[in-house]
Design a protein around this ligand. Structure first.
Ligand SMILES: NC(=O)c1ccc[n+]([C@@H]2O[C@H](COP(=O)([O-])OP(=O)(O)OC[C@H]3O[C@@H](n4cnc5c(N)ncnc54)[C@H](OP(=O)(O)O)[C@@H]3O)[C@@H](O)[C@H]2O)c1
Length: 288
């Protein structure tokens, strides 16, 4: 009996150690730091919201910054506001991310890019059955095809740069629509939200734009594949990691051992959401 206990104890201690050693051996890619000082950071959707806040922050950290959006007047305003708050001039370029030729011209007119942040995005909150199919196409065009266009246009220059410092491409996306931030455009979106979306989204806290910017930039600089901005995002990144790259063997260890727990927490989220949905339907049935 004592021998069995001892064996179990040895296994309990040695298994995590072997797992850590194994992960240290296999995790790829190798960790890399992405410097941004004195480097060219190109931010799409940089004329307002998160993109503008990111542009202001990277400019203040000594990067050369270009911001891209469609509305030239708003770009000029963004440039002035960054100059007033940091004393630094950023370059502006007006182009529609959905138009590959326009994007290519915009990228070629700018200096070679070291860090590309695809942040342009549109969103219209609406029940699918009431959503205009053209609007759905617009969202896919701007958010998805627009990002393909940006990367395709920027890649040749990024690969052929003369300095061999690491480069980075980042995509700003929603955490499955589970949180909102206090930026002006978001407030418009909140007003048009279907009631049930509003109830479910309220289960996550709101984030300040500066907090999102800080986390985004730290994630880019540390070469992370996923850059979650809050706890739900962190859990989503573990739950959806699958074959995603991972530079840290310690993080890979956390992913491996906590994936089951994360699934349980995810199911608890679903349980509360379904509770809210059922309650909402029951209340509306009573009113009918
Ligand atoms: N705010 C949130 O709660 C939230 C949550 C999750 C994810 N996100 C994502 O974070 C990113 C920024 O969000 P935000 O709230 O800061 O957005 P925002 O304030 O509405 O700003 C969007 C930016 O994208 C530009 N843009 C839109 N369509 C474009 C196009 N076709 N070509 C080029 N630029 C275009 C806009 O300028 P023009 O209109 O002048 O082109 C603007 O500069 C988006 O990708 C969004 O999906 C936001």
């Amino acid at each position: 009996m004592a021998n069995t206990d001892l064996l179990l104890l040895v296994l309990f201690i040695s298994l995590p150690i072997f797992l850590l050693m194994f992960l240290k051996l296999i995790v790829r890619p190798r960790p890399v730091k992405i410097p941004i000082k004195s480097r060219h950071v190109f931010i799409t959707g940089g004329s307002r919201g998160i993109g503008l806040a990111l542009a202001r922050q990277v400019a203040s950290e000594g990067s050369r910054v270009t911001i891209l959006a469609r509305n030239l007047e708003q770009l000029e305003e963004a440039k002035t506001s960054i100059r007033l708050s940091t004393g630094i001039d950023v370059a502006i370029v007006s182009a529609d991310a959905c138009d590959f030729e326009a994007v290519k011209e915009a990228v070629e007119s700018a200096a070679p890019i070291d860090v590309l942040i695809c942040n342009q995005g549109v969103y219209a909150s609406c029940e699918l059955e009431n959503q205009d199919i053209k609007k759905i196409r617009d969202i896919i065009d701007v958010n998805l095809i627009g990002s393909f266009n940006m990367v395709k246009a920027a890649l040749p220059g990024m690969k052929n740069r003369s300095d061999r410092k690491p480069v980075s491409i980042a995509f700003m996306s929603s955490q499955a629509g589970q949180y909102t931030m206090n930026v002006s455009s978001c407030l418009v979106e909140i007003k048009t939200r279907p009631p049930l979306t509003r109830i479910i989204a309220a289960s996550s806290g709101t984030m300040q734009v500066d907090e999102v910017v800080k986390k985004t930039l730290n994630g880019i600089k540390s070469g992370s594949f996923f850059v979650p901005c809050n706890f739900e995002g962190f859990m989503l990144s573990i739950g959806t990691a699958g074959p995603a790259p991972q530079t840290s063997y310690l993080m890979a260890f956390i992913e491996v051992i906590s994936v089951g727990v994360v699934r349980i927490v995810g199911l608890c989220f679903q349980w509360t959401w379904y509770g809210s949905i059922e309650k909402w339907h029951a209340q509306h049935k009573l009113l009918d």
